[in-house]
Design a protein around this ligand. Structure first.
Ligand code: C2E
Ligand code: CA
Ligand code: CA
Length: 697
């Protein structure tokens, strides 16, 4: 486009220049022609008038002036068509004769006399005035003239005619010259502009395609070639810069994506992280609040994840987290958002306010899926998940309360025995506050001796006391009496159980001598240990130290553990049990019949005593199934050489059944409730029957 304009402008300019040039040449030639013409005419007239003056001198030089001869001489001017007038004067300027030329005759302006005034204005010699050429000559010697000759020649009209004829001759040629000039200029323009046109076309192409790798092929004058080469190399530079820029931009984009990912996503699972989730939740809560809609949040925490990490290492732990999150994701609907809060905690924001039924269905599916065994690094790992569910309305759309409610509900699931889900209800908040208070108070209460050890007797078939189970009691200043069922699990959850066990062990070992003194040297004292105590190496050290310190007979100490202590890790449990037996003490499996209660597990671990749970004892004679199971358990335990203790015996019938089926020991309110040491020592002296002491390896 630009080049078309340039080309037409150039062509117009060239044409104009040629026309102006032609006009200038024409004007100049006319001017020169005019000059030459005037000069020639003047020269001719001068010559003519000189000749005639010479001839007239011969006539005027005679005494008798021959006027006819003058007229004849003047008539010679007839052949000069531009001579208008000629007059001959004597030496006194008296007109002797006058000749009117053809030009004057045609116009009819013939004068007969040239006045003296007219003559005065005319210079001698040849001169021009008002388009006329005057030739005023002396006849004879200038100093003694015989007369004068005046010839007036028309200069203007012949000059015009001459110019016109010149123009008529020259104009066609000029026109031809202009045409040729324009054609030439067009051709030259084309030839000169075509490389530029190519460059322009190229620039247009680059603009359209943004492709700087296009090559230029322009042939022409060296300057144009140089220019195109320079443009080519400039384009090469641009192209390579463009490639570099693209790579740089790509790198920057990748870095930006990485930064975003780092800022908003968990690097391990690839799930959104806490920050991203909380931001999204905040917005969703605001929207829900504005639209008066409810929202559901699910908090889930893997049960026993820490043990997997401790036992199998972080690599397996990490893979377990990845796999667990993948499994959980399978049950989410489009629009649900799952995030990893950190550790083994995950949050799920369920969209579109689902009903409790839908929420429970999702929770149950996740629980079921995660409890299926994982195979990681050729280990078969089984874990479970505790789920807490909360609704935004219960938290009054407050972000931290919403998350905290889901957390509290999750904790409730843990308390309920894990591998389950709980929907938050406002009273749980109170429970949670109480739990936090209890957890916080444990350390100080242990120091202040708010705790106390109670002892519950265990009897043989003859109802003779064979030993005591040490049971913790806590009477808190603010909360009053707190059940061990409550504070033991809180101590376990809050990591305070080890210090509690340490306090208990010290207290029992301290009481040991008095109890044995009162009830005999064979009295067996049972101490409950938590699964967390088995994992702490300090437990065994402490027991050993205390045995030495209080001169304890290890055979008089039994440790009660629940199935949970070995279910997670048989090897570790067996090692601990082996160490305890190595010291000379025994192990009793508590609460048998609750939880997993697989008889086959009993072959995997080495125990001394099996404690049949109160649940079974309660149902003896009521449920046929329970009765049958209890019978089978006792029989099998016997085959495994295990001592059997039944707990929670409250009736004579229960006792009769148990004794009849071969139960060695009995424990329950029927024989005595747990009592403090003072009460225990105040009761009538009763020696323990040594014949039915549990078998100790
Ligand atoms: P456990 O080890 O199974 O203890 C037996 C529980 O049953 C005791 O409750 C006892 O008071 C109760 N009990 C015994 N006989 C009867 C009966 O005939 N009828 C009824 N209804 N209950 C009976 P307690 O003392 O409240 O302890 C609850 C649980 O707390 C214990 O169950 C044990 O698991 C845990 N616990 C108690 N003290 C300690 C402790 O010092 N260390 C550890 N690790 N856990 C303890
Ligand atoms: Ca127990
Ligand atoms: Ca028990």
């Amino acid at each position: 486009m630009l080049f078309k304009t340039i080309r037409s402008t150039l062509t117009a300019f060239n044409s104009l220049a040629i026309a102006v040039l032609c006009a200038a040449v024409l004007s100049l030639s006319i001017f020169v022609h005019e000059e030459l013409y005037s000069e020639a005419v003047t020269h001719n007239l001068d010559g003519l008038s000189n000749n005639m003056a010479h001839d007239l001198f011969a006539i005027l030089g005679t005494p008798e002036i021959d006027r006819i001869a003058i007229s004849t001489t003047l008539l010679r001017l007839e052949e000069y068509e531009n001579v208008e007038l000629a007059a001959v004067f004597d030496k006194d300027f008296s007109q002797l004769d006058i000749y009117a030329g053809r030009a004057l005759r045609v116009s009819g302006k013939i004068g007969t006399k040239v006045s003296l005034e007219q003559l005065r204005d005319i210079q001698f010699g040849t001169s021009t005035k008002n388009g006329k050429l005057f030739s005023f000559k002396f006849i004879g010697e200038k100093a003694f003239p015989s007369g004068y000759l005046l010839i007036i020649n028309d200069l203007e009209n012949p000059l015009s005619r001459s110019k016109l004829s010149l123009l008529l001759k020259v104009l066609p040629l000029t026109f031809v010259v202009i045409c040729i000039g324009i054609v030439l200029s067009l051709w030259l323009n084309n030839k000169m502009l075509s490389p530029f046109q190519k460059l322009a076309h190229l620039a247009h192409q680059i603009k359209e395609t943004n492709d700087y790798s296009i090559k230029i092929n322009v042939y022409g004058k060296q300057e144009v070639i140089d220019l195109s080469n320079e443009i080519s190399s400039m384009m090469d530079t641009i192209h390579s810069e463009e490639v570099k820029n693209k790579q740089h931009t790509k790198l920057l984009m990748e870095q930006r994506r990485d930064m975003e990912r780092l800022a908003n996503f968990d690097s391990l699972t690839g799930l959104p992280n806490r920050q991203f989730f909380m931001e999204t939740l905040r917005k969703s809560l605001n929207d829900a609040d504005r639209n008066n809609q409810d929202m559901v949040l699910m908090f889930f925490d893997l049960d026993g994840f820490k043990d997997v990490n401790d036992t199998h290492g972080h690599d397996v732990g990490d893979k377990l987290l990845i796999e667990s999150s993948k499994r959980a994701k399978r049950f989410l609907r489009h629009g649900d958002l799952i995030a990893r809060l950190g550790g083994d905690e995950f949050l799920i924001l369920l969209h579109s306010n689902p009903s409790d039924l839908v929420v429970i269905d999702i929770a149950q599916r996740i629980i079921k899926e995660i409890s299926k065994p994982f195979v990681i690094n050729s280990w078969e790992i089984q874990i479970s998940v505790s789920v807490g569910i909360a609704r935004a309305t219960d938290a009054k759309y407050n972000l931290s309360d919403f998350v905290s409610n889901a957390d509290v509900a999750m904790y409730e699931s843990k308390v309920k025995g894990k591998n389950t889900h709980t929907i938050f209800i406002p009273t749980m908040m109170e429970d949670n506050k109480r739990r936090l208070f209890i957890a916080k108070s444990i350390t100080a209460s242990l120091k202040n001796n708010e705790f106390e050890v109670y002892y519950q007797p265990k009897v043989n078939a003859q109802e003779e006391i064979v030993g005591f189970e040490a049971l913790l009691r806590w009477n808190n200043e603010e909360l009053g009496f707190i059940s061990p069922y409550e504070f033991i699990s809180i101590a376990e959850q809050s990591g305070k159980i080890n210090q509690m066990t340490e306090w208990l062990l010290k207290a029992v070992m301290f009481d040991y001598a008095k109890i044995l003194e009162h009830y005999g040297a064979n009295t067996m004292i049972s101490i409950n240990l938590s699964a967390y105590d088995l994992k702490s190496t300090r437990t065994l050290e402490l027991i050993t130290e205390l045995y030495h310190h209080y001169l304890i007979n290890p055979k008089c100490i039994e440790f009660e553990v629940t199935e949970s202590t070995y279910l997670e890790n048989f090897d570790m449990a067996n090692q601990f049990f082996g160490n305890i037996r190595g010291l000379g003490s025994s192990i009793a499996l508590d609460d048998f019949g609750t939880g997993y209660s697989s008889l086959s597990y009993l072959t995997k671990i080495t125990l001394n005593t099996l404690k049949i749970d109160k649940q079974f004892v309660d149902n003896l004679g009521i449920s046929k199934r329970s009765t049958l199971i209890t019978k089978t358990v006792i029989k099998m335990a016997k085959q495994l050489d295990l001592n059997i203790c039944a707990e929670g015996v409250e009736t004579r019938q229960q006792m009769a059944f148990l004794v009849e089926n071969g139960c060695d020991q009995l424990q329950g309110y029927l024989f005595g409730k747990p009592t403090d040491l003072a009460t225990l020592l105040a009761s009538p002296h009763q020696k323990v029957n040594t014949n039915i002491l549990p078998f100790i390896l």
